[in-house]
Design a protein around this ligand. Structure first.
Ligand SMILES: *Cc1c(COP(=O)(O)O)cnc(C)c1O
Length: 453
């Protein structure tokens, strides 16, 4: 008999599906310690389209990452410390941010409005004073004002200077600052821009001479970096710059690698985080010894890597249509929209791992393209011109077919929209055996309201 669990790539740590499994009846199952949740039952109860968030997965992934770095720090006798700063832009939903904080995250914000939310938590006493908040993104005056105010109130906050204007605007800032380096290293990532608008070139940073209270050298080269080599290359280059800048600025003691660690969305290849961490720590230890500089603290801001696998999005197949001449045989039209709910499908041709939620043990599968319910012909998912294999509706005894899209926790919610005024998916949070509705299903009235009706 076919091993369906293996076939749908469930229970595989290298693909970040270790928390997923299936029931004897071929229904999708998620495990949280000794709890487990039958996704087919949840979607029947809460309806579709549906987003399901698993804070447990977020916490596990972060504590795992922290453990990995601390293990290599110990093995190498490394003197610097490891910090994780969660880049809020990846997913600003409160349950996500709170889960990360509880698992030991510091924060990175990219705008005044994100910082304003952090301030809410801070004023409500929801995190301890040790948490450090890094501020990236263009520093508008209202953003700088808020940073200054929060520093005065005692928040551990560090603005990262991204260009000369910001350098001038923050010259009188009394707290610690960081500076963003623009490194010229080519990496395999969709976001590896030939010309990067953020950061200062090494010569520019050096030409500034002594920078008051300079603490952190930061760079961020791109997201979803496809090869582990390409995590290491910019890091090595940044270390060179770090050593030079430190000669002029002895207060500099932290190197911040930014984001970029990838998710194996297509469940084909993946690199090992353990190996990446080992090489990072091994390299910087030797480098610091060779250059005779104190071993710096390290920060990573790997957002996508931590939160993407903590959410799945479920749709019901509402009808099918034949496709005449193509690699795929049928359209399955879903009760949601790629352009609205999973916008990267359209924006960057994101590939997703798609599995049925029920009828996972069907022997005969059809080659499928999926289409959203909007009136837009771009609202579709073709797995990059290939196809998705899914059960045939005629084999389902009149039951509806539900499909799950994996790894939807990063970047999709903040980019979500209302093309054709479709309703967003409802959202539930599943934690400690209990379910909380985080976003109710939008009525036509709710959606109209967003547009002034
Ligand atoms: C977007 C961003 C990140 C997160 O990148 P991921 O690829 O999601 O890890 C981290 N740091 C900065 C400065 C960013 O702009």
């Amino acid at each position: 008999m076919k091993n369906y669990r293996k076939y749908w790539k469930l229970g595989r740590p290298e693909y970040n599906t270790e928390f997923f499994d299936m029931t004897k009846n071929g229904e999708l199952l998620v495990k949280e310690g000794n709890y487990q949740y039958n996704i087919n039952k949840l979607v029947k109860k809460y309806g579709s389209s549906l987003e399901i968030v698993f804070p447990y997965i977020i916490e596990k992934r972060l504590s795992n990452l922290i453990d990995i770095f601390n293990k290599h720090i110990k093995l190498h006798g490394y003197k610097g410390r490891f910090h994780y700063n969660y880049p809020m832009k990846v997913n600003q939903n409160k349950e996500v941010v709170l889960s990360l904080i509880s698992a030991g995250a510091n924060i990175e914000v990219g705008s005044r409005n994100e910082l304003w939310l952090v301030r809410q938590l801070w004023e409500q006493g929801q995190f301890n004073n040790k948490i450090r908040v890094l501020c990236n993104g263009p520093k508008t005056q209202d953003y700088i004002d808020l940073i200054t105010k929060l520093r005065a109130e005692g928040l551990n906050i560090v603005p990262i200077i991204e260009d000369k204007n910001e350098y001038l605007a923050l010259k009188k800032f009394r707290g610690n600052v960081g500076i963003r380096l623009n490194i010229d290293v080519k990496v395999s990532s969709r976001w590896d821009k030939k010309i990067d608008r953020f950061g200062l070139y090494p010569e520019e940073i050096l030409s500034l001479g002594k920078i008051r209270n300079l603490k952190i050298l930061h760079y961020h080269i791109g997201s979803q970096i496809e090869k582990s080599e390409d995590i290491l290359k910019p890091f090595m280059r940044a270390a060179e710059v770090f050593a030079k800048v430190r000669e002029i600025n002895p207060t500099l003691d932290t190197l911040d690698l930014g984001g970029g660690l990838s998710i194996p969305y297509d469940k084909k290849r993946a690199y090992s985080v353990d190996n990446v961490a080992k090489r990072i720590v091994g390299f910087i230890r030797k480098f610091s010894e060779d250059r005779n500089i104190p071993q710096p603290d390290l920060i990573v801001e790997w957002g996508r890597y931590i939160v993407a696998p903590a959410q799945i999005t479920i749709y019901k197949v509402v009808f099918e249509k034949p496709i005449a001449k193509s690699v795929a045989q049928r359209w399955y039209v879903i009760d949601g929209s790629f352009m609205n709910d999973l916008l990267d499908t359209w924006a960057i041709h994101q590939k997703w791992h798609v599995v049925p939620v029920n009828y996972m043990k069907e022997k005969k599968l059809a080659r499928i393209w999926l289409a959203g319910s909007s009136c837009d012909s771009d609202d579709k998912y073709t797995a990059g011109g290939s196809y998705v294999l899914l059960p045939r509706l005629e084999d389902m005894n009149g039951e509806p077919l539900y499909v799950a899209f994996f790894d939807t926790g990063a970047y999709q919610d903040p980019l979500a929209s209302h093309h054709c005024l479709l309703s967003s998916p409802a959202k539930i949070i599943v934690q400690d055996g209990a379910i909380t509705v985080a976003r109710k299903r939008e009525t036509p009235k709710d959606v109209g309201k967003l547009f002034g009706w």
